[in-house]
Design a binder for this molecule. Structure first.
Ligand code: ZN
Length: 356
């Protein structure tokens, strides 16, 4: 198999909690066009950009779009909003999309663009060899049946992280709407099937991501999960009162579980006014300061939402990650803390969650 190294010339490599490049490659034509990742795409992540920015790996989300074609980013450019959630997606439709995006991930590995990692040992080995360390994640569990047979199958295919919902409802629970200003107290929590899903994920040691759950679902995960609580791509409600962001009470519960939060680069979750329009790095630092205050230095990482949101133009893409490293240094973060935020905390929490 061809190996392509990702040299890290700009400080610690970034292991990132969330990207949507598999969905973007799916939209661009699916597995047959996966090789475009090697040469460059109009996306936040491709191999040249990962190489330039020192992106060492991350959770690669599989995302099932709705038929409606609603553009959340467009709706969130207004001053205040409460966007209607799309209708649920039937399981068969979701499963075929999940299989196709998983096939893109496998194709990228065949091409030598990344290594699919099933353990932290895999991640460390890939990053040390200069390979992108990719972890399979599904954002919304529509593809999984109530008996969880598809979960067992996906686990054996490499799935190591899962969100019970994207914001749209599933048989497992309700997600949080794109609403500003608002908190996440917007509906019911996990269903019986959702509680079974969390417990089966615990047994298989699959990470349960709370990022798109509403507040009731969050508290249900806190009650029923025996793993550290992780929000892969969420920010602080105290800084930006968006329904997608986490309140201080939620952050304190995450800290008590020794979990973590990945800072989301999406402008709407960073800006004080909740608008999905360009914003500066000062907003990212404001959220990082608050997350560090509430969670401590071992429980904060990055969760870029690359290829899933409007991100600060000062970063622009994975190639711009050195700008963020420099901003953290200029803000007074020491080398150790920057390394923890860039990847150390993710590896720590994944090791605790997966047990290896
Ligand atoms: Zn998301």
């Amino acid at each position: 198999m061809r190996r392509i190294s990702v040299p890290n010339r700009s400080g610690p490599a970034v292991f990132d909690g969330h990207n949507d490049i598999l969905f973007e490659l799916d939209r661009a034509g699916g597995p047959p066009v996966a090789d475009r990742f090697l040469t460059g795409l109009h996306t936040h992540i491709d191999l040249p950009k990962a190489r330039a920015g020192g992106l060492g790996g991350g959770l690669f989300a599989i995302f099932v779009p709705s038929d409606t074609g609603l553009d959340q980013d467009d709706g969130m450019r207004q001053a205040a909003y409460d966007l209607p959630l799309p209708d649920p997606v039937p399981q068969a439709q979701a499963l075929s999309t999940v299989l196709r995006q998983a096939a893109i991930l496998f194709r990228l590995e065949e091409l030598g663009a990344l290594t699919l990692c099933r353990s932290v040992a895999d991640i460390r080995a890939a990053m040390a060899s200069g390979q992108i360390a990719a972890v399979m994640h599904i954002e919304g569990a529509e593809a999984i049946d109530p008996d969880l047979h598809a979960l067992d199958l996906l686990y054996r295919a490499g799935l190591r992280s899962l969100g019970p919902v994207w914001s749209r409802p599933t048989i497992f629970g309700e997600g949080v709407p794109f609403r500003f200003p608002s908190d996440g107290d917007t509906g019911g929590g996990l269903t019986e099937a959702g509680i079974r899903l969390v417990k089966r994920c615990n047994a298989l040691r699959i990470l349960v991501d709370v990022s798109h759950l509403n507040m009731a679902g969050f508290w249900d995960v806190a009650k029923h999960s025996d793993a550290p609580i992780v929000a892969t791509h969420s920010n602080a409600h105290a800084m930006t009162p968006h329904a997608r962001n986490l309140t201080d009470a939620q952050l304190e519960t995450i800290a008590a579980s020794d979990g973590m939060v990945g800072l989301n680069f999406a402008a709407a979750f960073l800006r004080p006014d909740g608008r999905m329009v360009d914003t500066g790095l000062d907003d990212m630092l404001r959220h990082l300061d608050h997350l560090l205050e509430k969670l401590g230095e071992t429980r904060v990482g990055l969760g870029s939402d690359f290829d899933g949101a409007t991100i600060p133009s000062a970063i622009g893409s994975a190639a711009g990650l050195p700008v963020l490293r420099q901003a953290m240094a200029d803000h007074g973060f020491g080398d150790d803390l920057i390394e923890r935020i860039c990847h150390g905390n993710w590896l720590r929490v994944l090791e605790k969650t997966w047990g290896q």
